[in-house]
Design a protein around this ligand. Structure first.
Ligand code: FES
Length: 360
C-alpha cells in the first residue's frame, strides 16, 4: 500500500521523486541517496574524532573491517573520502561510528574533525571492502596497526568482545606517543578484560629521534613482541612505510597468503620513461584539457575545474568509475592499458596514454 502511494505521488512529483520531498521532512527517509545524521561527536585524541552516525533508509549492516564513503560540502564543492567503520556490527542501536584523524593538508578530514556537529547530515555509501575476518574465525590473528589504521581493527576487536569470543590475538600498534593512541583507554581495558588479547603498544617518538628509528617495525622487534608470528594470520593497516616493511617480511618468509593489508594509498607501478599523455575530453562535462602520462585523470579533471564523484582516491571503492569513450588509459597500479570503448576506468588511479575521451 505504501509503495502504491509512493508510485501515485511519483506521478505528480515528476521530474522530482517523492523521495526528494521526503528529504525536506527528514533526510533519513530518502531513497534517492543514503544519508546519515550525526548523533554525537567524541574527541579521541587532539586530532582524531569519532562521529556517531545514524544511517537512513537503504542502509545495510557492515562486516567488521569494512569502510564507507562519506561526503562533505566545503566551500560549495562536494568532496568524498572513505573511512573505516570503527564500530562493531553488533552495536545494537542502529548507529555506526567512523573515527577520523585530521591530517595536514587534508581538507575533508579537518572539516569532519573540526566542523561537523551533532544534528548535521552527511551523505554516505554502503559498506565496502574485503579487509574483513573470514566467516570461519581464524584461530590466532596478529593485528599490526599504526595511527588511524587502528580503526578497522577496532571494529574487529569490538565485534569479538560483543560476541564474547575473543580468540588468541596479538596486536602491535604504533603511535608517536602514548597520548596519540586512538582508543588507548579502550584497548587497555580490552586487554585487561580478555586474557587472550595481548596488546603491544609501541611509541615511536617517546624516547627521542635516534631511538625512534629503532622502534619502527623490524624483524627483531616482531620476534620480540610476537615470537609465534609465523603461526598467525595477519591483518595490517597503517602508513605505506609500515605496510611495505610488513609485506616484504612476510614475502621473504613465504607467508604472503597469510597477510591481509588495508592501505591508505594505492601502490603504484613505475611509469615507463617514455609514457606520454595526450588530449583529454571529458565528454559529459564538455571539458577538454591536456594531461601527461602519469597524473591520475581524477586530478586532471579537478585541475580543469570539474568536481567528479569519487571516494577513496586509491582505486578500491569504484566511486570514480567513468566509461571510456575512445583512446587509451594506463592503470597506474599495474601498468595495464585499457583501450576498449565502454570499459570502466577508475580515474583516480589511471592516467592518459595518448588522446582519450571519457564519459565524465
Ligand atoms: S575514488 Fe575510489 S576507486 Fe577511485
Amino acid at each position: 500500500m505504501k509503495a502504491r502511494l509512493l508510485d501515485l505521488a511519483g506521478l505528480f512529483a515528476t521530474p522530482l521523486r517523492p523521495s526528494h520531498y521526503l528529504e525536506l521532512v527528514n533526510p533519513l527517509w530518502t531513497t534517492h541517496r543514503l544519508q546519515a545524521r550525526v548523533e554525537s561527536v567524541w574527541d579521541e585524541t587532539a586530532d582524531a574524532r569519532t562521529l556517531t552516525l545514524r544511517p537512513g533508509r537503504g542502509w545495510r549492516s557492515h562486516r567488521a573491517g569494512q569502510f564507507i564513503r562519506v561526503g562533505a560540502s566545503i566551500d560549495g564543492l562536494r568532496h568524498t573520502r572513505t573511512y573505516s567503520i570503527s564500530s562493531a556490527p553488533e552495536r545494537g542501536d542502529e548507529c555506526i561510528t567512523i573515527t577520523v584523524k585530521a591530517v595536514d593538508g587534508g581538507r575533508v578530514s579537518r572539516h569532519l574533525v573540526r566542523q561537523i556537529k551533532p544534528g548535521d547530515y552527511l551523505p554516505i555509501g554502503l559498506p565496502q571492502g574485503e579487509f574483513v575476518l573470514p566467516e570461519a574465525m581464524p584461530v590466532r590473528p596478529l593485528f599490526i596497526t599504526a595511527g588511524s589504521g587502528i580503526t578497522p581493527v577496532m571494529a574487529m576487536l569490538r565485534s569479538y568482545a560483543a560476541l564474547g569470543r575473543m580468540p588468541d590475538v596479538t596486536h602491535i600498534h604504533y603511535a608517536p606517543h602514548a597520548y596519540d593512541v586512538i582508543f588507548g583507554n579502550e584497548l587497555k581495558a580490552l586487554a585487561a578484560a580478555h586474557p587472550g588479547y595481548k596488546l603491544k603498544l609501541v611509541h615511536t617518538r617517546e624516547l627521542g629521534a635516534e631511538l625512534s628509528q629503532r622502534r619502527h617495525f623490524s624483524a627483531e622487534q616482531l620476534a620480540e613482541l610476537c615470537p609465534d608470528w609465523a603461526e598467525r594470520d595477519v591483518w595490517g593497516c597503517g602508513p605505506a612505510a609500515l605496510l611495505g616493511a610488513v609485506e616484504s617480511h612476510w614475502n621473504q618468509a613465504g607467508r604472503a597468503r597469510h597477510l591481509h593489508l588495508e592501505r591508505f594509498q594505492a601502490v603504484l607501478a613505475p611509469v615507463p620513461a617514455d609514457a606520454a599523455g595526450g588530449h583529454v575530453s571529458f565528454t559529459t562535462s564538455k571539458c577538454e584539457t591536456d594531461a601527461d602520462g602519469h597524473t591520475p585523470l581524477l586530478r586532471v579533471a579537478e585541475a580543469a575545474g570539474l568536481n567528479p564523484a569519487h571516494g577513496c582516491r586509491m582505486g578500491i571503492c569504484h566511486g570514480c568509475d567513468a566509461v571510456l569513450v575512445s583512446g587509451c588509459v594506463r592503470d597506474l597500479r599495474t601498468g595495464a592499458l585499457i583501450d576498449e570503448p565502454g570499459d570502466k576506468v577508475q580515474v583516480c588511479v589511471s592516467a592518459a596514454c595518448g588522446d582519450v575521451a571519457l564519459a565524465l
